[in-house]
Write a protein that binds this ligand. Structure first.
Ligand code: FAD
Length: 276
């Protein structure tokens, strides 16, 4: 089965590499592979990327026309990482993905560090949940969630209000975030501490005043595992959010590859939360 009919996996080619801040690298993919990916509009906001093996081979799972791809070699799953489609332009067959530059220890981060126009990786799938309509939002994330937060803010309903609390390394990592909604952005800086080692984000997020009354509230949290676990407890036990009005998903776990984190706790997911 080929991908000529819009089927995955789709090999996507780098067209441009640009550092939008010192620690955030935007890779623009373009061409036929992106056209194939974009042919199904449900393949956003999340994307499963397959990276080449150490020897440079880009091995792919097999599409036999069933609902799921087949992975004849189980070691290939260790080459998969989850990212956010920051921008998808089907007309131009272009897609931006923003990679946190956390060094050579990570498969994806190391790849992004060396990415050049013409390099190829593959997209194995995509999808995910978007924030539902609400009157008031609490949005919390670290830099791995910044692409998702930027995308989400652009799509929030006009007239909605809320607060977004975003952790980045330092002031130089702030991005210009825009929204039709009235969202206060609170930046939290680690100022020298390594990512995933402080409680700054959860401390700042739990200090945000939560409006009460008849408002429809929604809380979205994605960051390192320890922060999302603390935020879920806080939202349920102290802030009075019910499960359906929260979506809390760990984006990474300190000291663990994504393969290990997915296998052990499935990203700290709670499938009773909003459409999770
Ligand atoms: C739905 C979803 C969307 C995501 N979107 C994005 C996105 O758009 N951009 C993005 O950059 N990330 C995003 N992430 C997070 C990303 O998948 C993880 O950070 C992933 O572990 C990176 O893979 P890697 O191969 O670079 O590192 P891995 O091989 O998975 O991990 C190697 C080591 O690096 C550590 N590590 C992983 N991430 C970081 C980090 N950010 N800072 C410091 N240490 C780290 C791990 O703890 C481990 O010790 C998303 C995650 C999910 C679940």
């Amino acid at each position: 089965m080929s991908n000529e009919d819009g089927l995955l996996p789709s090999v996507i080619e780098v067209a441009k590499v640009e550092d939008i801040t010192p620690r955030m690298r935007r890779v623009t993919f373009a061409g036929r592979g992106v056209e194939v990916y974009a042919s199904d509009p449900t393949r956003v906001p999340n994307i499963k990327l397959i990276f080449p093996r150490e020897n440079g081979d880009l091995d792919l799972p097999v599409n036999t026309g069933g609902r799921r791809l087949e992975w004849p070699d189980p070691t290939l799953k260790a080459q998969v990482r989850t990212y956010t489609v920051r921008r998808l332009d089907p007309a131009a067959s272009e897609m931006d993905i923003d990679f946190v530059r956390h060094g050579d220890e990570g498969l994806a981060s190391a790849w992004a560090e060396r990415a050049r126009p013409g390099d190829r990786i593959a997209a194995a799938g995509g999808g995910g949940i978007v924030a539902p309509p609400a009157d008031w939002y609490l949005i919390v994330g670290d830099e791995t969630a910044l692409p998702a937060i930027g995308r989400m803010l652009e799509r929030l309903p006009e007239g909605a209000r809320g607060t977004a609390v975003v952790e980045v390394a330092d002031e130089g990592e702030r991005q210009d975030l825009r929204s039709p909604a009235d969202i206060e952005i609170r930046w939290v800086h680690r100022d020298g501490a390594p990512a995933g080692t402080t409680t700054h984000l959860a401390d700042a997020a739990t200090a945000v005043p939560i409006p009460d009354g008849e408002l429809k509230r929604f809380a979205w949290v994605s960051a390192e595992s320890a922060t999302v676990l603390r935020m879920r407890r806080y939202l349920r036990n102290e802030a009075g959010f019910d499960r359906r009005s929260t979506l809390v998903i760990g984006y990474w776990r300190h000291g663990m590859t994504e393969t290990g984190y997915g296998r052990t706790t499935d990203h700290d997911r709670d499938f009773t939360e909003h459409d999770a």
